[in-house]
Write a protein that binds this ligand. Structure first.
Ligand SMILES: Cc1cc2nc3c(=O)[nH]c(=O)nc-3n(C[C@H](O)[C@H](O)[C@H](O)COP(=O)(O)OP(=O)(O)OC[C@H]3O[C@@H](n4cnc5c(N)ncnc54)[C@H](O)[C@@H]3O)c2cc1C
Length: 637
């Protein structure tokens, strides 16, 4: 029987030794305290591996062979509702029968209490078969988990202190409905005039005279928005003026909204109108909708003004999900390309023997291993950070420093992973098509579908540019907050680059040094620009302005220009660090680090040089109020 797990050695490494599963299992089982839970790590691990093996076979046998048909049939819009083709309906039913919609929910809420890491491994497997099926699946369990996490955060989920079981939570019936597969939901943020710029959102939440909330506004591009349960971000606070945080992100709140009610007689009463199913380039097995709320009853989640922060909590999981989804697609692209290149002959040999094509395939192989290492690292720390913070009291009191370290590792990894995995998905799908030559352009071979599906990865769940801004801001504000730490880190890294006994460790340290030098350059340029802004102001105000009053939008122009280059560089550095840690534990992984360094070293030098030597001309144009393109036109004229 075909399996997308048993044919994938690198993925199997993570299911065996590559992840500290003992810790994951112990934390997930709250120290093995549940009467109906596992007694030991071994028991839990056997179960996790069985699930992954089952999913590996299911996706290879029952989804991948139908991906082209799902793509052709797509989701349709009829009588104000979305309709799915029979094949997709059957797959969704099977996923429900396998119990996968409740994979991560606690057992007392109808789930299997499996770790999120297992969900992400399954997500990669599903995405290799078809990304749109994976997305549709993700909005079942993802919505149920969002219900649980948001309820935990607002304090409406209560545990029995003795057993650790949940005795009360805010949406138990809804979670059970989702776990059984009959309902699912969505995360509604984007509007016609506000996507990346969330501060511009216009949908409003209004508290009516009787104290209840309603929601009004239109949301577009909503994945699985044909579902019942919607987490909607909307404005509840106006703010006193443009500088009041409440006029921006601080004025957003989170709502849980039911889009319809199914009546006992089988009719459906819609509480929000499905305007259309978006007609899109790819992802045809996933419904993307426009939906209008018109004084639709809504439940406020948490407190007013917390919407942006709550969204970030959920978004981290969603971004990890896109990371694993992209890896699944990359794996599909590599295998399709490799298979074709091994068969197709040109100029006396198969095309995989031609140097340029061999180089493409070699780089794709190495990139997938690198991305998976980064993704697993991020997923592990994200899960630990959340679970140790939420359930610390059942785990013998997790220490704050430990939770902070997990949180920082996850936060550092997330934008790098989302950025690089999404960009690589597009690159690999494009290469796969190119390797197919003219055949790649035809529907029949499946390469063009991969490219159409891949192109959305750098757009949704925060575009590549937004990920880059996040990575850059986090890096630079970290340095500005603790410059002495940065200087110390540089000195230590320089020392390791010269004196580490292991040659690979020296090479990783040299890579880190280049990264630190690029960061230092960005900070120095940013500081210099800031000093210019305070010149002419009373000296007494300088200290506050230089050390406390940072406005990333105003002060980071040079760094913003180079944010994507910095992100690419930081990703290479983070991958090298993760692979080095793996190589120390498992020497057979050394070769993977060497392969990464072979390509990363010259790339990082190049990125460092670009960051430290280009950009001023364009910034001068922008400062003069001229856009880059009109500047170029003038120059040409
Ligand atoms: C198939 C699909 C499914 C989706 N699913 C959902 C969903 O479930 N829920 C949901 O709420 N939304 C969803 N979206 C919407 C998606 O999240 C947005 O399209 C995305 O956030 C970008 O917003 P936008 O389209 O308004 O582009 P804009 O924000 O207008 O951006 C346009 C371009 O400008 C760049 N840009 C914007 N600001 C900056 C800046 N400060 N610096 C540099 N570059 C910048 C962007 O990176 C982008 O390249 C989906 C979109 C698609 C295509």
């Amino acid at each position: 029987m075909a399996s997308f797990l048993s044919d994938n050695e690198d993925l199997q490494y993570y299911l065996q030794d590559g992840i500290d599963w003992e810790t994951v299992a112990s934390v997930t089982e709250l120290g093995y305290r549940f009467a109906d839970g596992f007694r030991t790590a071994a028991e839990a691990l056997t179960f996790y591996r069985e699930i992954a093996a089952m999913v590996g076979e299911f996706v290879a046998e029952e989804i991948a062979p139908h991906a082209a048909q799902i793509d052709r049939d797509g989701v349709r819009f009829a009588n104000g509702e979305a309709t799915f083709p029979p094949r997709l309906e059957a797959i969704t039913r099977k996923i429900a029968e396998l119990g996968l919609h409740g994979l991560n929910l606690p057992r007392e809420l109808g789930g299997m209490n499996a770790p999120m890491l297992l969900y992400f491994i399954n997500a990669e497997l599903l995405a290799r078969a078809d990304v749109s099926v994976m997305t549709h699946y993700g909005f079942h369990s993802g919505t149920a988990m969002a219900m649980l996490v948001l309820s935990l955060l607002e304090g409406t989920t209560v545990h029995d202190p003795a057993t650790g079981l949940i005795t009360r939570t805010r949406w138990p019936a809804e979670m059970a409905e989702i776990a059984s597969g009959v309902a699912w939901g969505s995360m509604d943020i984007t509007e016609p005039d506000a996507g990346s710029d969330m501060a511009a959102l216009r949908a409003v939440g209004t508290q009516e005279a009787d104290g209840r909330w309603t929601l009004t506004g239109q949301k577009i591009f909503i994945t699985s928005g044909h579902g019942k349960y919607h987490f909607v971000v909307a404005r509840t606070e106006k703010g006193s003026g443009p500088d009041d945080p409440q006029a921006g992100l601080g004025g957003l709140s989170m709502f849980m909204v039911r889009a319809f009610r199914d009546e006992a007689d089988g009719r459906r009463t819609r509480l929000a109108t499905l305007d259309r199913i978006e007609e899109k380039l790819g992802h045809h097995g996933s419904a993307t909708v426009a939906i209008t709320f018109d004084r639709t009853p809504a439940e406020l989640v948490g407190k007013r003004g917390e919407g942006f922060r709550q969204m970030l909590e959920i978004m981290n999981h969603a971004r990890l999900g896109v990371g694993f989804e992209s890896i699944g697609l990359c794996e599909a692209a590599l295998r399709l390309a490799k298979g074709y290149a091994a068969e197709r002959r040109s100029m006396g040999k198969t095309i995989d023997r031609h140097e340029m094509i061999a180089d493409y395939l070699d780089e794709m192989e190495s990139d997938i291993v690198n991305l998976r290492a980064l993704a697993m690292h991020g997923a592990f720390h994200e899960e630990m950070a959340h679970k140790k913070a939420l359930f610390g009291k059942f785990l013998g009191g997790a220490r704050d420093t430990e939770i902070r370290a997990h949180r920082q590792a996850a936060r550092r990894t997330m934008p790098l992973l989302k950025y690089l995995a999404a960009e690589k998905a597009v690159e690999m799908a494009r290469r796969c098509l190119q390797i197919h030559g003219g055949n790649g352009y035809m529907h029949e071979f499946g390469a063009e579908k991969l490219l159409r599906d891949a192109l959305v990865m750098p757009i949704y769940e925060g575009t590549s540019q937004i990920q880059s801004l996040m990575a850059m801001k986090d890096t630079l504000t970290g340095i500005l907050r603790a410059p002495q730490e940065f200087v110390k880190r540089m000195a230590q890294t320089r020392w390791r680059s010269l004196s580490a006994r292991d040659g690979l460790e020296r090479r990783v340290a040299r890579l880190q040094l280049l990264s630190l030098a690029a960061q230092q350059h960005l900070v120095t340029r940013t500081m210099a620009a800031k000093v210019k802004t305070v010149q002419g102001q009373p000296l007494g105000t300088w200290r506050k302005a230089l050390f406390n009053q940072w406005n990333p939008k105003r002060d980071f122009a040079y760094a913003m220009l180079h944010a994507e280059r910095l992100t690419r560089l930081l990703a290479d550095e983070a991958i090298a660090e993760v692979l080095l840690a793996q190589a120390r534990r498992h020497p057979q992984r050394r070769e993977l680090l060497e392969r990464h360094l072979e390509r990363a070293e010259p790339r990082v030098k190049f990125l460092h040089d670009e960051i430290t030597s280009t950009g001023q001309r364009l910034l001068d144009l922008l400062a003069g109020g001229t856009s880059a393109s009109s500047g170029a036109e003038k120059a040409a004229g």
